[in-house]
Design a protein around this ligand. Structure first.
Ligand code: PLP
Length: 383
């Protein structure tokens, strides 16, 4: 099959938060197994370690805290499931808007007898430092907190610095994990400043290939499954050298300071244009309704909206037939009924089923936005 060329395609793609259009280049010559002692293996090992150092440099953390995994889901699950090996079943708190790979793995822990609390969010889908503080005081047994950096359905930005300060102000050691899958390349990361114990990343949200993720661990943890000891035992299994190299390249290209700021500025201008137009549409409601054209509470890459009396799935199909791709919520929520993120924000079932997610990427143009707006008008005329 031909490589998808966004510039030449007549399709308009607005589901970057599900997966970004890849920029992958062939990386031949590094096929050796990094654990092999002969030249091909040594070359692959060198490339893998070089990729690790490059990722660490962009993330501003020491190389030995970076572990390659197969995806964001696995990075989240590795950390959560490691709690099963602890002698005591201590409390776990997660923000009620976490991605299913956090939420559903927390629910697994709950089934195993862990006290698990979904942390309440405000109407804008953000967890406030005051709410977090009250939750930690009400549940003093909490020793693990999972709070994502950027929400994958609404773009809500969590105030990581303030939330970290709340967690660290309590006189108990709480392991602080953050799913930064949608934050990398979209938000200035400060892993050390936020004093995270662990964080998850995924290459395919950054224009890289699928099958490669990253887990930052301030200190090594004991993981639930074992094997050949690769990645210092944290993620056993033959290493994905080419994936790691591609991830390093994507992080450098999109998450490093200068490039990040310029891309965010352009994205914010495009989003303001889209939001302005959508606000004029009487059948459209943004989620939350008070989202502004340029709103510091939200990432300018993701937008949640709903259209009166049009189920989200119907809108997705109607736009698909116009050559436009948007989505209903997360691409990975197929096993959870309903829309847990929108429900946590206070939307009733009817309203949350109308929700659609529109997300953009580096190559999204104003022409794409105009085509989307036109497609929505056409769809609404029939629905
Ligand atoms: N976390 C968030 C916030 C996501 O948006 C996603 C993917 O949509 C994941 C985790 C899972 O990442 P992956 O697809 O690499 O497993």
């Amino acid at each position: 099959m031909d490589h998808f060329d966004a510039a030449k395609s007549s399709r308009r793609y607005f589901d970057w938060a599900a997966t970004a259009i890849p920029e992958e280049k062939p990386l031949a010559g590094f096929f050796g197994n990094p654990s092999s002692l002969y030249e091909e293996g040594r070359k692959a090992r060198e490339a893998l370690e070089n990729a690790r150092s490059r990722c660490a440099a962009v993330l501003g953390v020491p190389g030995e805290t970076v572990y390659f995994t197969s995806c964001g889901t696995e990075s989240n699950a590795l950390v959560l499931h490691s709690l099963i090996l602890k002698a005591r079943k201590t409390g776990v708190l997660y923000s009620a808007v976490e991605h299913s790979s956090v939420r559903e793995n927390c629910q697994v822990l709950e089934r195993l007898g862990f006290p698990v609390i979904p942390g309440k969010v405000e109407k804008d889908g953000r967890i406030s430092p005051e709410t977090l503080s009250r939750a930690l005081e009400k549940h003093p047994d909490t020793r693990f907190a999972a709070i994502m950096g950027v929400n994958n359905e609404t773009g809500a930005l969590m105030d990581m610095k303030a939330l970290s300060e709340v967690i660290r102000s309590k006189n108990v050691p709480v392991f602080f994990h953050s799913d930064l899958v949608q934050a990398a390349g979209k938000l200035r990361l400060d892993i050390r400043g936020w004093d995270l114990d662990s964080a998850s990343f995924s290459a395919h949200k950054l224009g890289g290939p699928r099958g490669i993720g990253l887990l930052y661990l301030k200190k090594p943890i004991e993981v639930l499954y074992t094997g050949g000891g690769q990645e210092r035992g944290i993620r056993p299994g033959t290493e994905n050298t080419l994936g790691a190299m591609a991830l390093a390249e994507c992080l450098e290209k999109h998450a490093a300071a200068g490039a990040l700021e310029a891309a965010c500025k352009e994205a914010a201008a495009r989003w303001a244009y889209l939001i302005r137009a959508l606000k004029k549409n009487p059948r459209c409601r943004l989620v939350p309704e008070d989202r502004e054209e340029e709103d510091k509470r939200f990432s300018p890459w993701i937008l949640q909206a709903r259209f009166r009396d049009v189920p989200g799935e119907v809108m997705v199909r109607a736009l698909d037939s116009e050559g436009i791709a948007i989505s209903t919520g997360s691409a990975c929520s197929s096993s959870s009924p309903g829309r847990p993120v929108l429900s946590a924000m206070g939307l009733d079932e009817h309203a949350s089923l109308e929700g659609v997610r529109i997300s953009q990427g580096w190559s999204t143009s104003y022409e794409d936005l105009d085509a989307l707006l036109e497609g929505i008008q056409k769809a609404l005329a029939f629905l």
